[in-house]
Design a protein around this ligand. Structure first.
Ligand SMILES: C[S@@+](CC[C@H](N)C(=O)[O-])C[C@H]1O[C@@H](n2cnc3c(N)ncnc32)[C@H](O)[C@@H]1O
Length: 356
């Protein structure tokens, strides 16, 4: 059963701490900081615990636990395993919550560490973020935002939020990622709730995986909130379904940031030319002529339809329809700029006159 997390208001309330050893020494400061009236029940105390008694900060019953100790108690903390059966049974009968000392935060850092949420903002329309992403954004202490996130989401942050513009971090691309990781970890270890807001989906060419690895390595709790990816949403909003019954039974999303033949490219353009279905290319405008030439060289029909969608879902959205053989020239002639998605395949015409 998953325990229900609670923060208890203990000020002025009686808390019974059973045990006088190191577990009790660890728990005492927290109870005292919460303003609890602590009654210590233990036959013996370590010097550290005795110091609290000597200072008059806790009352001490120098004996074994007895059920009567729970009179007027709001909470009992079990810091002596040998007394477990007796204390748990008495607490059950009295309906007093019993917390085993070991079940609590093992060290101060765990109690004060914040967290990181990698949140996908969607393609640009501020209404395309998820409900969960929106809630976490509203609760965040720190927001680390990419260039392509919708500005209106940042406009709606609560006052006092620290906003870190990740696109302005002044290093080369790989060092910049290390610096972003460092900011996420630093802020979270300082106890703050951090939202890392990323365009589209955090795990689609978003480097979200690297940030997860950095957080886990630093012991920072991290979650991922998926987003609406531009690879599907931008075509959809231009009237291009990436699959369509009887037309395409699959779609492949690739990055075109490296041209075909580049030694670091992980994309097999020859295989893609023969694959069929729909090919969606992100970050492909700069290398579009080389990409389409390679696809045709490997057998793709140069008359195959292509759709290009710039700034999908925003009020600056533009789209053009072309063919594999002509799209590079058409994009240049129309002045299409990044961010844009290139969609190749018969789905481009699947909706016919219903395509916008
Ligand atoms: C670094 S990738 C990030 C992709 C993002 N994680 C996603 O899931 O949409 C950036 C590329 O995504 C595409 N992109 C992002 N937003 C777009 C939009 N609103 N319209 C068209 N393409 C977009 C472009 O190809 C752009 O170069």
């Amino acid at each position: 059963m998953t325990p229900y997390p609670l923060s208890l208001p203990l000020a002025g309330r009686r808390v019974v701490l059973v045990g006088g050893g190191t577990a009790a020494a660890r728990r005492l400061p927290g109870f005292l900081a919460a303003g609890a009236r602590v009654s210590l029940v233990a036959a013996e105390l370590t010097p550290a615990v005795h110091a609290y008694v000597d200072a008059g900060r806790v009352a001490w019953q120098a004996r074994d636990f007895a059920e009567v100790d729970l009179d007027d108690a709001w909470l009992v903390c079990l810091a002596d395993p040998a007394a477990a059966d007796t204390v748990l049974a008495a607490a059950e009968r009295r309906r007093v919550f019993c917390v085993p000392a070991e079940d609590q935060a093992p060290d101060n850092r765990a109690a004060t560490t914040g967290s990181v949420a990698l949140v996908g903002s969607g393609p640009g329309d501020p209404e395309l973020i998820t409900v969960k992403g929106r809630r976490l954004l509203a609760e965040a202490d720190v927001v680390v935002a990419d260039r392509l996130v919708p500005g209106m989401l940042l406009d709606a942050l609560r006052p006092g939020v620290e906003l870190v513009d990740a696109s302005k971090i002044p290093y080369g691309p790989s060092v910049a990622q290390e610096e972003i990781n460092r900011v996420l970890v630093d802020r979270a270890l300082a106890g703050r709730s951090v939202v890392r807001l990323k365009g589209g989906d955090p795990f689609v060419f978003g480097r979200g995986g690297e940030e997860v690895i950095a957080c886990v390595a630093a012991g920072v709790p991290v979650i991922v909130v998926p987003g609406v990816t531009s690879s599907v949403a931008a075509p959809a909003l231009a009237g291009i379904p990436v699959t369509h019954r009887g037309v395409a039974h699959g779609f492949t999303v690739v990055s075109g940031h490296l041209p075909p033949g580049h030694p670091e490219s992980l994309v097999d353009w020859g295989a893609l030319a023969r694959l069929g279905g729909t090919l969606v290319v992100l970050m492909g405008l700069k290398n579009l002529a080389k990409i389409t030439t390679a696809l045709v060289e490997h057998g793709l029909d140069p008359t195959a339809p292509v759709g290009v969608v710039q700034e999908g879902s925003t009020d600056r959205q533009r789209a053009l329809r072309s063919t594999v053989g002509e799209v590079a020239a058409d994009v240049a002639a129309d002045g299409i700029r990044p961010p844009a998605v290139v969609v190749i395949g018969p789905v481009v015409d699947a909706l016919g006159s219903a395509r916008r």
